[in-house]
Structure formats: C-alpha cells, structure tokens
Design a protein around this ligand. Structure first.
Ligand code: ADP
Ligand code: MG
Length: 252
C-alpha cells in the first residue's frame, strides 16, 4: 500500500512544486515506484517535468469521471516516476468540484486504485485552501509544508494548520504532518538564520533537519523540463533534496 503525501501551503512561491518534483525524482531514483499528481491548475509540476501543459486526460478528466486515473498516467524523464498531469480544465474544478456530491472524497476515491501500483504518491497542491487543496488533504496520509525562509514565513501557517485540523476531525483522522521544510534558505544572512531559529522554536520536532538552500540551479531546472537532481546532481540544491528524500523515507 503506497503512502500519499500532500505538499501544501496556501502561500504561493514557497517551493511546493519544486519540492514535489525533486522529492518524487529522488524517491523514484532510489528504486521506489512513485507517482506525482499535479493538483495545481497552473500545471507547473507537469511542465517542469517536460510534459505538455494541456496533456489529456489529466486530473481534470479523472475528477469529472471522464477518465480513470490509470488512463491518465504519463511517463516522466525519470525512470520509475510517473505523472498524473493537471489537465487543461483543472482551473474550472475549483468551481465545478463543490457542485458534485461528496466532492471532498473524490480525489481520494480516484487515487485509491493506484495505491497498489505506487509506493509513494505525491500531490502538488495549488496556492490556496480551496476545494482542490482540501481534496488533496482528504486523500493524503501525510503533509509536507514548505516554508520559505523569509520575514513573513510564519504568516498564513495558522490558517493552514486550522484547515489540517478541520480535515482531520471531519474526514481524514489518519492525516499527519510529515514535516515542515525550510526552503530558499540563505544561511549567509542574519535574516535567514533568524527565521530558521524562529520556525524551529515555534514548531519543535516538526521541522525537517534538512534545509533547502537558495540555489540558481534549482530555479533554472524546470526550464529544462528536469528536476534539479538530474539537471545538476552535484549542485547544493540537488544534494539538499537527496538528503530530504532520505529524511522523508526515514520518518516513514
Ligand atoms: P510554489 O509551488 O510554492 O508556488 P515553486 O516551487 O514554484 O513554489 O517556487 C517558486 C519559484 O522559486 C520558482 O520559480 C522556483 O523555480 C523557485 N525556487 C524554488 N526553490 C528554489 C531554491 N531552493 N532556489 C532557487 N529558486 C527556487
Ligand atoms: Mg506550485
């Protein structure tokens, strides 16, 4: 039975997609059958792995019942990593989903048959706490919360934690936080060090030991349609993501 991880934070630009793509790639590289599901209508994870933005069928067609999840699986450039792309109509899903009966359970039901095929399933969430993110949290066993190491890092986390508690209480009691991940960290600046200290003090035990540094190679990798771990495996960013994947696997 595969484990489902949602990569979530309603703030945009904190490193959700980068983390989803790179952790998936590292886990696949380590020999585990891995699936990355693009739950964001912006389709950045899909495009960042060199797959057509409008590739169909995608998650949209799966959620609306036009296609089965297995029919929407696509190979990525990484052996062992498959992708369930966003699909062209996913932006409309935020409006259409709530009109469907039991929509919050829908993604979970669609992914259930894939748990036998994949050891790890990662869900790249959109930057909101809307229906798609809620669906992902209902489907997930664990959540990874990327937090950008900047002045407003903690802002908005309260809202996310409230949503997590609500989902746990109402529909998914097995949901746990796998960890918070400090991203785009600049250890040379005082601000970077202060924010890291503050987040660790606020959430003891919850923050991954591994910190992802700000690294040019990480930022440019998607334009090559590759994870940084394949674009430049010896970069500081790639090495950090390899370490993180080990930590994620070790936390079980
Ligand atoms: P989100 O999915 O949370 O919106 P992204 O993963 O798309 O965030 O990251 C936002 C931007 O920052 C992207 O352009 C991405 O390439 C860049 N980025 C993410 N992590 C790093 C990093 N460690 N170093 C440099 N750039 C990064
Ligand atoms: Mg994203």
């Amino acid at each position: 039975m595969g484990t489902i991880y949602a990569i979530a934070n309603q703030k945009g630009g904190v490193g959700k997609t980068t983390t989803a793509v790179n952790v998936s790639a590292c886990i696949a590289e380590a020999g585990y059958a891995t699936l990355l599901v693009d739950v964001d209508p912006q389709a950045n994870a899909t495009v960042g792995l060199g797959i057509e933005r409008a590739q169909a069928p995608g998650l949209y067609e799966v959620l609306t019942g036009e296609a089965q999840a297995v029919e929407a699986l696509t190979d990525s450039p990484i052996a062992g990593l498959q992708v369930l792309p966003a699909g062209a109509g996913l932006a409309g899903a935020n409006v259409e989903l709530p009109r469907m009966d039991g929509f919050e359970q829908r993604l979970r039901e669609c992914l259930e048959p894939l748990r036998d095929r994949f050891e790890y399933i990662l869900l790249d969430c959109p930057p909101s706490l809307g229906p798609l993110t809620v669906s992902a949290l209902v489907a997930a066993d664990k959540v990874i919360v990327p937090v950008q190491t900047e002045y407003f890092a903690l802002e908005g986390l309260a809202g996310l934690l409230e949503t997590l508690a609500l989902v746990q209480r109402e529909s998914n009691p097995r949901l746990t936080v796998a960890g918070m991940l400090l991203t785009m960290h600049d250890g040379r600046t005082r601000l970077g060090r202060d924010v890291e200290r503050e987040v660790r003090a606020h959430f003891p035990e919850l923050v991954f030991d591994t910190v992802i540094p700000r690294n040019v190679r990480v930022g440019e990798a998607p334009s090559y349609g590759l994870p940084v771990t394949h674009h430049d495996p010896h970069s500081a960013g790639a090495e950090a993501y390899f370490e993180l994947a080990k930590e994620v696997a070790a936390r079980g």
